[in-house]
Design a protein around this ligand. Structure first.
Ligand code: PMP
Ligand code: GLN
Length: 385
């Protein structure tokens, strides 16, 4: 393994899911739902395979899916994308992130990224030869909501900064950045002529009526922003690994130049099915969002009763919980012990931070599970404590 990748061992998701399986634990670690997406989507995919949609799709993706993506971004956010040159289909958002970092980061370039951060960002910035400049999200003393200090953001930008990486709705904190927060980021991008990369995979999973605002909709941002989203969270089919990269033509062409040699194309049969669902299953998405909001409340209440200090989750599949009121300090130790001791798996938030100790006392719990599974997890945690 090349030297700069040696610090990256097995991902935390693989480790915790393995531990959960070995111990028969309730797995609230890796974020994946335990019910599948809309029936019409599953049936269309099966039908496509049986009817012979089984050879390579075009490298940039099936035109039906590129057009469907262009339509929903226009309808929901007023972002106009040319489906032929400004939308590009990848093997999940993950491949889009990888290709974008490899295509847009020169060796030595700095990337400003909010921590805690989804694990693939750090690894892919490193693989591209880039350097991370973390800006830490911390709970607001009054509301408990994770947010950033604009002064810290500005201080993170230097002469070698190339890009700001933004994930909203944010994994693992559950923060949905407000228009005002995004404007702070946009202003920095404009002033320093930076690229922005936005990971919007949880774009439709926001709660309490909160809107998702794409950074590209802010003044001066469309021409400098590359965005990814994917079907996994949109339609609760995380194993389908189909995503899309969106942005101005020169940036999407750069991503495409790299990605054609990473995967050449993504799957074909699923792309066709996803295109139809994007056009036709908005009620399903709204129902999923409402159900997840209820699950958030259910798990948050249960964790609070167990004694955790529970964070504010405005979106995503996740809620953070502080273990200090239970008398513990190391989330990594507790996360490793919980499957055996309590029969529950969670993810230690520390793995999402560059700065040592910032997230030491936090666990991330996934609530995208059946109500009975959440209740079972809470009962086990209560018995353990
Ligand atoms: N970004 C974030 C913030 C995620 O939580 C995930 C996990 N699903 C991904 C990207 C990866 O998405 P995909 O499965 O489409 O590759
Ligand atoms: N996005 C999911 C999570 O954060 C799963 C990630 C993965 O398995 N790579 O848990």
């Amino acid at each position: 393994l090349i030297e700069r990748m040696r610090v990256y061992g097995e991902t935390i998701f693989a480790e915790m899911t393995r531990l959960a399986t070995e111990t028969g634990s309730v797995n609230l670690g890796q974020g994946f739902p335990d019910t599948d997406g809309p029936r019409s989507l599953l049936e269309a995919a099966s039908r496509n395979i049986l009817e012979g949609v089984n050879q390579y799709p075009p490298g940039p993706g099936r035109p039906e899916l590129r057009r469907a993506v262009s339509r929903y971004r226009s309808r929901h956010y007023g972002i106009e994308l040319d489906p032929d040159s400004e939308v590009y289909i990848t093997v999940g958002a993950t491949a889009g992130i990888a290709a974008a970092m490899l295509a847009l980061i020169e060796h030595g370039d700095e990337v400003v990224v909010f921590e805690p951060m989804y694990d693939s960002y750090a690894a892919m910035i490193t693989l591209a030869g880039g350097v991370r400049r973390p800006v830490t999200l911390r709970p607001d003393p009054e509301t408990g909501r994770f947010t950033f200090d604009p002064a810290e953001l500005r201080a993170a930008v230097g002469p070698r900064t190339r890009m700001v990486l933004v994930n909203s709705p944010h994994n693992p904190t559950g923060t949905v950045f407000t228009a005002a927060e995004l404007e702070e980021i946009a202003a920095v991008c404009r002033e320093h002529d930076l690229l922005a990369f936005t990971d919007e995979v949880y774009e439709f999973l926001t709660f309490d009526g909160r809107p998702h605002v794409p950074l590209a909709t802010l003044p001066g941002m469309r021409e400098r922003t590359v965005s990814v989203s994917s079907v996994g969270k949109m339609f609760a089919v995380t194993g389908w690994k189909t995503g899309w990269v969106m942005g101005p033509e020169p940036l999407v062409t750069a991503v495409r130049t790299v990605n054609q040699f990473l995967t050449f194309s993504a799957n074909g049969a699923l792309q066709l099915a996803i295109a139809d669902a994007i056009d036709g299953e908005w009620e399903w998405i709204a129902a999923q969002r409402a159900a997840l909001q209820g699950k958030r409340d259910r798990l948050a209440a249960g964790l609070a009763e167990t004694g955790f200090d529970v964070g504010v989750s405005e979106g995503t599949y996740f809620v953070m919980a502080d273990i200090r009121p239970l008398g513990y300090t190391s989330g990594v130790d507790i996360a490793r012990a919980l499957p055996r001791e309590a029969g529950v798996a969670a993810v230690p938030a520390q793995v999402f931070y560059d700065r040592e100790k910032e997230g030491e006392h936090l666990l991330r719990f996934a609530f995208c599970k059946k109500d009975g599974v959440l209740d079972d997890a809470v009962a086990r945690l209560t018995a353990w404590h």
